[in-house]
Design a protein around this ligand. Sequence first.
Ligand code: GDP
Length: 410
Amino acid sequence: MSRDLSLEKYRNIGIMAHIDAGKTTTTERILYYTGVNYKVGEVHHGTATMDWMEDEQERGITITSAATTCHWNDYRINIIDTPGHVDFTAEVERSLRVLDGAVAIYDAVAGVEAQSETVWRQADKYRVPRIAYINKLDRAGADHARVVEMMAERLNAVPFVIQLPLGIEDAFNGVIDLVENQIISWQGDDKDSTFERLPVSDEHRATVDAAREALMESLAETDEALLETYLEEGALTVEQMKTALRRLTLTLQGVPVLCGSSFKNKGVQPLLDAVVDYLPSPADIGAVVGHSLDYSEEVRREARDDEPFSALVFKIAGNKYGDLAYIRIYSGVVKSGEKVFNVAKNRDERIGHFFQMHANKQKEVKEAATGDIVAIAGFKNVVTGDTICHPDSPLLLERMDFPEPVIHIA
Ligand code: GDP
């Protein structure tokens, strides 16, 4: 089969946040901006058109799906709903297994709260690479530096501050991009606010130079060759900084920290760029490791279309079309109408229809492949946590461990 999009262009992500930190607002803005940017005519990506966007602008987009597919530039971002409540710990763990990376959102006033520590530890356990987003910088009492400190102290994270707020509280007006050495400034507070990238002005020059220097130094210290370059050249290039940040994120040695105010429509587009730049694709994660049916041996499946089909059911959710089983495909390809094997139930199932869920509609697809997240209608006896796979190549995924990610840098 020919893929419509290479695996390197997939990002399967979750958004982790303490209640009220702004997960819903940020997700809605992501869906809005990716919808607005999703150009009609790119048929290989689907058939999104702008007509529904006009409606949605009136009503506001709400996320009703366990997984939502959107596109940013030519990347496909699947946002998997990660429950944020502490009582759903088992569900949090399950959803962490099906994502390749996560965005952790913090309230700039409340900082890192107790419950965020639990979810962070769970993400450590499942080796989920993360970027952080400090939201609500427009609020009275917002304190960017304090949240960064709390990340280090409470989460044991190694934060790399790659953006500084431009102004704070009422005066918050944009972010300073320390990697690109630019100011990103928004005009307006509503969803249609536009932004531009500008050179750092004299007013901010000293602060930016100092913060950039500190970032370069801390990045250089993580790698001998990079340190040598830094000492020789006295600076790192944008590419060198991005490559180092990607390596540190993927190996869980560092967390790039961004900031903004989702409510005021500032910071979300650069956050999407960072998802693409720093979080892994399924190809970076590599093989998934499961077990033979009697648990006697380990079974590996590489994240490739030519491997036998394997997938995990991570959510059963009803919507107006009936019950849908959401699956994450780890390997292989599957087509509608095909027979698959449900390992836990020891029975075959037939794939009825399957769908990609977008912000406001579901799009039927005829086949799905490695890395995809799709919702299946028509299963008879499937529950959350079941492994489904090719009938001739069964394996159990539920007790899977993720290996160290392999890094691919373009
Ligand atoms: P969730 O519980 O994490 O999903 O949080 P919500 O997105 O529902 O946000 C909680 C509250 O904070 C809502 O009243 C939002 O309008 C508000 N909020 C979200 N983002 C921001 C922001 O950037 N600044 C301010 N001032 N309020 C925000």
